[in-house]
Design a protein around this ligand. Sequence first.
Ligand code: HEM
Length: 136
Amino acid sequence: MPFLSLILIRTALLYLAIGFTLGGLILLNKAVPFQPALWRLLPLHVEFTLVGWIIQFVMGAAYWMLPRLGQYRPRGSDVPVWGTIICLNAGIWLAGIATFVSSPFPLEMAGRMLEFAAIVLFAVHAWPRVRPFGEG
Ligand code: HEM
């Protein structure tokens, strides 16, 4: 497995563990109410499972599996993918933390913009690798 896939997939697995734990706590609290404040963790659960786990895992698998670009640097430049990793994870935490502050809008907006940048950077990386069989 290439190093960047390893980073993306292991990071995704950490979000899976935290996201499911948060979901489990919220579910338990729904069945046997013991701490109403736990509902405040719901946006963090959604952020971690949808973006941190699913999207990040898909990117890690895609970086590994998309068709290669030849012998020399078969997956192209690493730079956009490092950008993806940094922007996506910074975005997840900013958007996640935003749900706990009194005026969340600027923080959430910054988080969403970073997540959007991460998607664009990954698309820039993947675009030349998405092509029919037998080409290149
Ligand atoms: C990939 C896995 C998962 C994803 C993408 C996911 C996503 C979501 C989303 C989007 C919501 C919000 C639904 C809404 O606002 O209407 C939600 C709510 C919730 N999730 Fe998850 N979830 C996942 C796994 C889990 C797991 C494993 C648990 C429990 C162990 C869990 C427990 C909950 C609970 C208790 C709620 C609140 C339900 C309610 O509003 O009554 N989730 N989840």
